[in-house]
Design a protein around this ligand. Structure first.
Ligand code: PEP
Length: 256
């Protein structure tokens, strides 16, 4: 039996409205897919829908609602920001941070993400930490160095027991929303590399317990193959998570 969690995480991004969000969640949940103790399904919804989505989900085993971001500050005069403490107070258990869109459009740095990680862990929220290289770096074969720096600079200040509370999502930027998926071999290679980077710092046993999700044009028809790779522990899914029947198939593609 696999120790680490196998996770299907939907990233709805800034799509839809309250009514559409409710309908989408209802359509997926109506399928009543029973998850094993080692499988987790997460819906990262826009901030205004967090409370109602959480109520709608109820206490269904291993289904959770996530935020898509949080502030790198604990509280204070930061108009428009949402703190980790606020998320905790509405019973949110997961939060995506460092998505490439936030790094690119909102200039988030590895150091800021380290602060977000600390605040989330302090508030007992599992960070889903995104990393991944842009196309020019992949073409210059610099992906290992790039991703290693992201992981080191945002996560390696953590003690081992805190690192175990983090989920990593490897998302090659050239594959996000482009329809261009990394091949299963490319995904496996990077996931194994990330695990080796963690093993160098924390040891093999810790590294083998961290869930590493793949993100980048995961679809209903390729999830099974990608999730089947030994170091891929599920996916962070954008576009396909907005179509109930597709996301249902993606959930059903998790290893068990
Ligand atoms: C994402 O935004 O995390 C993502 C992987 O998007 P898509 O599945 O649409 O490529």
């Amino acid at each position: 039996m696999l120790m680490r969690k196998q996770i299907a995480a939907a990233n709805w991004k800034m799509n839809g409205n309250a009514q559409q969000a409710e309908a989408l969640l209802r359509d997926v949940m109506q399928q009543k897919i029973k998850l094993s103790d080692d499988q987790v399904v997460i819906f990262a919804v826009p901030f205004p829908f967090l409370v109602t989505a959480n109520q709608q989900l109820g206490k269904e085993h291993n289904y959770f609602i996530a935020a898509q971001n949080c502030s790198s500050h604990a509280s204070g005069a930061y108009t428009g920001e949402v703190s980790a403490e606020m998320l905790k107070s509405i019973h949110i258990k997961y939060c995506i941070i460092g998505h490439s869109e936030r790094r690119e459009y909102f200039s988030e740095t590895n150091a800021q993400l380290a602060e977000k990680i600390n605040l989330l862990l302090k508030n007992e929220i599992t960070p889903i930490f995104c990393c991944g290289e842009p196309l020019d770096i992949r073409e210059a074969n610099g992906q290992d160095k790039h991703v290693e720096a992201q992981v080191q600079e945002s996560l390696f200040h953590l003690a081992a027991d805190d690192l175990l509370k983090v989920v990593i999502a490897y998302e090659p930027i050239w594959a996000i929303g482009t329809g261009k998926t990394a091949t299963t071999a490319q995904a496996q290679e990077m996931h194994a590399f990330i695990r080796s980077v963690i093993a160098k710092r924390y040891g093999k046993e810790i590294a083998s317990e961290v869930s590493i999700l793949y993100g980048g044009s995961v679809k209903a028809n390729n999830a099974g193959e990608i999730f089947g790779a030994p170091d891929v522990d599920g996916g962070l899914v954008g576009g396909a998570s907005l179509v109930a029947k597709d996301f249902i198939q993606i959930i059903q593609s998790l290893k068990n």
